[in-house]
Design a protein around this ligand. Structure first.
Ligand code: OSB
Ligand code: MG
Length: 368
C-alpha cells in the first residue's frame, strides 16, 4: 500500500443521551476520523476515540490531532507499507499515544482488507458471522431511571447489562438493581474510582452474582488489582490497566484479573489487539470488546475484532441509534435481540456517509 493523501476530520457530534461515568458526563463527542487514500483512489477509514479532555487516559482529541498531523501521518505518506502489522515498528519511536496510532492503524487495516477484497473481520482472521452484544449504561441520578433503562435494554435483548458505579453510588445501587432483576447477566464498571482502602465495599459485591467488576482500581495499576483479586470472588476485568501486549502479559502473570476488556484504541490498534487476543487465548483469559462511544467507523472496527475466537463474552458495541440521532455510516449498526450480523462487504463493511461526515466536521486537514 502506498498512501498519496491523508484527510483528518475533527468531528463534533451531539450524543442522543448524555453518558455519565465516575469521571464525568459527555453530552457530545469531539473525536477524529482518519481517511487514507491510495494511488488507485481507494479509501481506508479509522477513528480516533479520544475525548475532549484527558479523563479516561492521558490522550485527548487535541493531542491526537497534533500527533497525527505532525508526527504519525508524515511517517506513512508516500511510503510503501506492505502490511498494517508493519506500522507498529514505525510508530514505536513515539511513546504511547495509542489512540492516535490506532486511528491510523485502523485506516490502513480497512484499506488493506479492501485491496484484498475481504471483509475486515476475515482479514484479521475472524470467523464469526454474528456477534453477541451487551450494553453499558451510564450513572443515573435517579434509580427509577436506571430501572427503566435496564428494563428497556433487557427487553430489546441485549445479552448483558453493565452499570457504572462510583464511591457512594455502588452497593446500594447494585443491591437494588439485583433485587429488581434477579436473573439478568449483570456487571459493574468502576472506571478506576476505588483504592485498596475500599476492599470491604468491593468484597461486599460478591453477594450479587456479578459476571465481573471492571477496573475497580487506578488506571495502569496491576499490583493492587492482583491483591484485590485474591480478596474477592467476583472476577476482575481490566480496562484502563491494559495498554499493550506487555501489560496483558504482566497482568496475567500477576493474576491482576480474570478477564480483559479489549479496546482497540487503548492498545494502539488492530495489530496490537490481535497479538493480545492470541496471548489471552493461549492463557485462557476471555475477552470482550469495550466501547468508547464510537461513531459508526469505530463501531465497525469493534465488530471486526470481535469476530476473533477468544471474544467469548458480549461486548459494548450497541446499535448506532443508542448513541446518535444519525450515524455517519450506511447502513447503521443495528443489534437485533442482542445479536449483530457481521458485515460481508470488503473492509469495514459499511459505507461512510460523506454528507454526514461533512455536516459534523469542525476542522479538516489534508496531508499529502
Ligand atoms: O470504561 O468502558 C468504559 C465509555 C467511555 C469511556 C470509557 C468507557 C465507556 C463505556 C461505554 O463504558 C461503552 C460504549 O457504549 O461505547
Ligand atoms: Mg470500562
Amino acid at each position: 500500500m502506498r498512501i498519496k493523501e491523508v484527510v483528518l476530520y475533527k468531528m463534533k457530534m451531539k450524543m442522543r443521551h448524555p453518558f455519565t461515568t465516575s469521571f464525568g458526563t459527555e453530552h457530545e463527542r469531539l473525536f477524529l476520523l482518519v481517511e487514507v487514500k491510495d494511488e488507485d483512489g481507494l479509501s481506508g477509514w479509522g477513528e480516533c476515540v479520544t475525548s475532549e479532555k484527558p479523563l479516561y487516559s492521558e490522550e485527548f482529541t487535541q493531542s491526537s490531532w497534533y500527533m497525527l498531523n505532525h508526527l504519525l501521518v508524515p511517517m506513512v505518506l508516500n511510503k510503501e507499507i506492505e502490511h498494517p502489522d508493519h506500522l507498529q515498528s514505525l510508530f514505536d519511536v513515539f511513546k504511547r499515544n495509542n489512540m492516535a496510532k490506532s486511528a491510523l492503524d485502523g485506516a490502513f487495516w480497512d484499506l488493506y482488507a479492501k485491496t484484498k477484497g475481504l471483509p475486515l473481520s476475515n482479514a484479521l482472521g475472524g470467523t464469526k458471522s454474528q456477534i453477541e452484544v451487551g450494553i453499558s449504561l451510564g450513572i443515573e441520578e435517579n434509580i427509577e431511571n436506571l430501572y427503566e433503562s435496564i428494563k428497556r435494554k433487557v427487553d430489546e435483548g441485549y445479552k448483558r447489562i453493565k452499570i457504572k458505579i462510583k464511591p457512594g453510588k455502588d452497593l446500594d445501587v447494585i443491591e437494588k438493581v439485583r433485587s429488581r432483576f434477579p436473573n439478568i447477566p449483570l456487571m459493574a464498571d468502576a472506571n478506576s474510582a476505588y483504592t485498596l482502602d475500599d476492599v470491604e465495599t468491593l468484597k461486599a459485591m460478591d453477594q450479587y452474582n456479578l459476571m465481573m467488576i471492571e477496573q475497580p482500581l487506578t488506571s495502569g495499576d496491576l499490583i493492587d488489582h492482583a491483591k484485590l483479586q485474591k480478596e474477592i470472588q467476583t472476577p476482575i476485568c481490566l480496562d484502563e490497566s491494559i495498554h499493550s501486549y506487555e501489560d496483558a502479559r504482566q497482568a496475567i502473570e500477576l493474576g491482576s484479573g480474570k478477564i480483559i476488556n479489549m479496546k482497540i484504541g487503548r492498545v494502539g490498534g488492530l495489530s496490537q489487539a490481535r497479538k493480545i487476543h492470541d496471548l489471552c487465548k493461549h492463557e485462557n483469559i476471555p475477552l470482550w470488546c469495550g466501547g468508547m462511544l464510537e461513531s459508526g467507523v469505530g463501531r465497525a472496527h469493534n465488530i471486526a475484532i470481535t469476530t476473533l475466537s477468544n471474544f467469548t463474552l458480549p461486548g459494548d458495541t450497541a446499535s448506532s441509534s443508542r448513541y446518535w440521532h444519525k450515524d455517519i455510516i450506511e447502513p447503521e449498526v443495528v443489534v437485533n435481540n442482542g445479536v449483530l450480523d457481521v458485515p460481508e462487504a470488503p473492509g469495514i463493511g459499511y459505507e461512510v456517509n460523506r454528507k454526514e461526515v461533512e455536516k459534523n466536521t469542525v476542522e479538516r486537514s489534508v496531508l499529502k
